[in-house]
Design a protein around this ligand. Structure first.
Ligand code: PRP
Ligand code: URA
Length: 210
């Protein structure tokens, strides 16, 4: 598994405002989308492309276009939905599938409550979006789901992660073709399974408490 922590002052600046508890939902949503676009640049570094020949007004030349089969972007509901627009802006030809997962706040175990994905993901390159990698349970379950359907390789893009959760994902998915791109690697998890310093509950801050 490869892990890449983005290191850019624009990302750190936007993350600082995102973390701030006084940042209201509309700004939080806008910043999540902007951060996603910046992280997508790194997260799509290995996107498959195929050669194409074009003519400029001056000469014929070689370029590339996004390859086939189309990449599949999978936001993890709810909070991952806040990252979708930022991703498809950079990868407009991608298809989008959905996984709904909720973490039990007592046991911290994830349950899958919704799924809308192609049955066969053979040879598909998948990009999973979830802002928070805390214990790692949700991300591990999501990635295993995609591999069980035949996905070829999976890149997960998360805004924040805890070291404990990252280690758990690495252990669970050892030997798999997985890349994880992070906006920041935080200090730790607290006793409630929240990332510290983190940003609180990403889903609630994006969409309100349910
Ligand atoms: C959050 C977050 C991740 C998960 C991370 O979702 O978006 O999916 O928790 O925690 P883990 O690494 O310990 O599994 P949550 O379950 O709160 O659902 P929501 O997006 O609907 O708020
Ligand atoms: N889910 C969140 O939204 N935030 C955390 O800190 C941990 C899990």
């Amino acid at each position: 598994m490869r892990v890449h922590v983005a290191d850019h002052p624009l990302i750190t600046h936007k993350l600082t405002v995102l973390r701030d508890e006084s940042t209201p939902s509309p700004i939080f949503r806008a910043l999540t989308a902007e951060l996603m676009t910046l992280l997508a640049y790194e997260g799509t570094r290995n996107v498959r492309v195929e050669p194409v020949t074009i003519r400029t007004p001056v000469a014929q030349t070689q370029g590339v276009r996004i390859g086939k089969p189309k990449p599949l972007v999978v936001p993890i509901l709810r909070a991952g939905l806040g990252m979708l627009d930022g991703m498809v802006k950079l990868l407009p030809t991608a298809e989008v599938g959905f996984l709904g997962m909720a973490r039990n706040e007592v046991t911290l175990e994830p349950t899958t409550y919704a799924e809308r994905l192609p049955e066969d993901l053979a040879d598909r390159q998948c990009f999973v979006l979830d802002p928070m990698l805390a214990t790692g349970g949700s991300l591990t379950a999501a990635i295993e789901f995609l591999f069980d359907r035949g996905a070829q390789d999976v890149t997960a893009i998360c805004i924040l992660a805890a070291p404990e959760g990252l280690a758990a994902v690495e252990k669970a998915l050892a030997g798999r073709e997985v890349t994880i791109v992070l906006g920041a690697l935080d200090e730790r998890l607290n006793e409630h399974g929240y990332i510290v310093p983190g940003l609180g509950d990403a889903g609630d801050r994006l969409y309100g408490t349910v």
